[in-house]
Design a protein around this ligand. Sequence first.
Ligand code: ZN
Length: 197
Amino acid sequence: MSVLANRALVLNRSWVAISTTPVRSALSLVYQEIAHVILPDTYETFDFNSWADLKLAEGEHSIRTVRWEIKIPEVILLRFYDRVPKREVPFSRRNIYKRDLYVCQYCGSRPGSRELSIDHIVPRSQGGKSTWVNCVLACTNCNAYKANRSLVSASMRLIKQPRRPRWPARFALPMGSVRTSWSKFINDRYWNVELAE
Ligand SMILES: [Zn+2]
């Protein structure tokens, strides 16, 4: 069975998709009465016992425990949690480009992505870390000029102080790993944001 088939979509109490979780931990949440299972076709909700009582279709994948052979839950609904957790924007090359809008943060030029690279403001050789506040886009010229120097010794200035971006992070579902039964639960806004990238 694929890894995909081993995850369940997690909805908060307001039926907003907030994450996915391995099927076993989904069942554990249901067992602890923290969540119910949703049958995507009918939106019926099940507690652990009523879910465990469901008949398995011929050849259907299931989870075996010592006492039960249980239908795999594809969607669970948290009974009490009603927030949408904020995700931090992942620190990635792509997101640095996105934050800095393809603009060299030293001279303000927009030479195109091939002429831009990521510069460590405090150079790594001087202990500078790879973080949102120490990495900016720099054009080839600025990068070569700054080289392994600090801002002060290179007499350079940033056009703005870099920060962790605050745009809404993508819903953490990689494309292609979505069960068809999930699609009706996944918030349109999140979904469109992901497709637009
Ligand atoms: Zn530049």
